[in-house]
Ligand binder design. Sequence first.
Ligand SMILES: Nc1nc2c(ncn2[C@@H]2O[C@H](COP(=O)(O)OP(=O)(O)O)[C@@H](O)[C@H]2O)c(=O)[nH]1
Ligand SMILES: [Mg+2]
Length: 384
Amino acid sequence: MTVDVTVVVPTYNEGPNVAELVRRLAAALGPDGGGQVVPGGVEVLFVDDSRDDTPAVIEQVAARSALPVRMIHREVPDGGLSGAVVAGLRAATGERVVVMDGDLQHPPEMVPVLLATARETGADVVVASRYTGRGDAGGLDGRYRRWVSKASGLLARSMFPVKLRDVSDPMTGFFVVRRAAVDLAALRPRGFKILLEILARQRLVVVEEPFVFGERFAGRSKATVANGLRYVQQLTLLRFGRLSPFALIGALGAVLNLAILAGLQALGVHYLPAVVWANVVTIVINFLLQERFVFADLREGAHGFWGRFVRSFAFNGTEAAVRTLLLWWIVERAVPHPELVQAVLILVAFVVRFVFQAQVVYRPRGTSRARGRTGDRPGEHAQP
Ligand SMILES: Nc1nc2c(ncn2[C@@H]2O[C@H](COP(=O)(O)OP(=O)(O)O)[C@@H](O)[C@H]2O)c(=O)[nH]1
Ligand SMILES: [Mg+2]
């Protein structure tokens, strides 16, 4: 069945909210409500990651609903809430897709308003904003959550001043997109903030409509501090790609390296063995930090832990050995300051190492170099 509009609703243990949500959507969009707003029909698509009886509730509601209701139940909740929304966008048949929460904090009565704006303006994205005009974040419980929401929105807007120019609420989970305008393959869904991901990856025409964020109808919020941390990671990856955490860790490693070199020399160790120790310690620590903070999302498709460690150590060790020989040559011949020479050489080696890590250590398994030469290697895996 193809329809004009698909309403995608991600749900995680929202059983008690389902019937009320569908009832109010049907009232707002059905023949008695906004039927004229969506002449070609509407479907509701639940993307459910629940671990309770929510799927059964959705099936019951679907059987009695005036609106067509579909459900995708995911056994493996890849990408959390954002992943669920992307799965919904993939499975949607409507030309426009409404994304809204399942807890009625996003009033169903706003949906015809957003759709009318979408049609009148022809915008790619219509954002329902809590922070423009008569919009209000009232339903966000507690001053703390309101402050976090505002501050994180501000941070996102300062990092993407052009793409988010017209967006007062990039953190909202209530919006309409023109399905054909969004490049789903470019998205890397993680955490709670899929709209930010969509807006930051491409140039899209965006308009806003104010809305009042309501109270939860039933159940509890699933937002966590871990989601907050994932958001910061998402922002840096979107803005700087993998290079920025990689550079930060590299810089930390360089400082550590020089500190060990200076420390051992102060203890009377000759500069050559001191350099070797400094290199070995930093290689291991850099590897562990990168595993955690730079390439975490690529680990699964790559070699096992020891496979990655051996490759990383072999490369960095060889690189360090070459660098140590160079250092020795330069210190003995020209510049008798091991720390200074080491600092410059570390800087030069930095770019080389980044390319190697991304292209070899974290290359997804099954993409051989031979295939790379023929030009069909999916290079996007190594790129932000
Ligand atoms: N499918 C899916 N939905 C989720 C997940 N986490 C949260 N949700 C849904 O996303 C919507 C917003 O979550 P909510 O807990 O209300 O967050 P809050 O409004 O920021 O407190 C609700 O409909 C949740 O059921 C998830 O991991 N998977
Ligand atoms: Mg909510």
